[in-house]
Design a protein around this ligand. Structure first.
Ligand code: MN
Length: 146
């Protein structure tokens, strides 16, 4: 069954609800979620649009399922495994299975599409031993927010 949702501009789409990123928590800041596609026609994939406000960040987490990300607006940085990458519009970023990752916006909103499997494991946050390992790299120590 086909469906056409019109762009409303300003990174909103007709009939797509603007949702909380996750249930309330202190491990993220200034981030919204819109589910653009949810397994359409049995495709098995979800496409979400996340937007992080200036100075905000996503949860530092890892999980078995991968992410495929395309930046649509703004500037920011991401921890992806053991690297910190700069992000700009239309950049593509893959997060592999079990890689630690976190997104941060700079001084403008960072908006990106994120493709995931509909059936996926739950994210895990770092414990003290994980944080100690991550913080051995001073660039990662300075970057992460928990
Ligand atoms: Mn994730």
């Amino acid at each position: 069954m086909s469906r056409h949702r019109r762009s409303l501009g300003d990174y909103r789409w007709d009939g797509v609800e603007l949702r909380d990123y996750k249930p309330a928590g202190t491990h993220f800041r200034g981030i919204t979620r819109q589910v653009l596609f949810d397994g359409p026609g049995g495709l098995g994939a979800q496409l979400r649009y996340f937007e992080i406000a200036p100075g905000g960040h996503s949860t530092l987490e890892r999980h078995r399922h991968p992410h495929a990300v395309m930046v649509l607006r703004g500037r920011g940085r991401a921890l992806a495994g053991d690297r910190i990458v700069d992000l700009a519009p239309f950049d593509l970023l893959e997060i592999g299975p079990d890689e630690w990752h976190q997104f941060r916006a700079d001084d403008e909103p960072l908006g990106f599409l994120c493709l995931v499997d509909c059936e996926r494991d739950r994210p895990v946050r770092p414990g003290p031993a994980d944080l100690e390992r991550l913080r051995r790299d001073p660039r990662i120590a300075a970057f992460i927010r928990v």
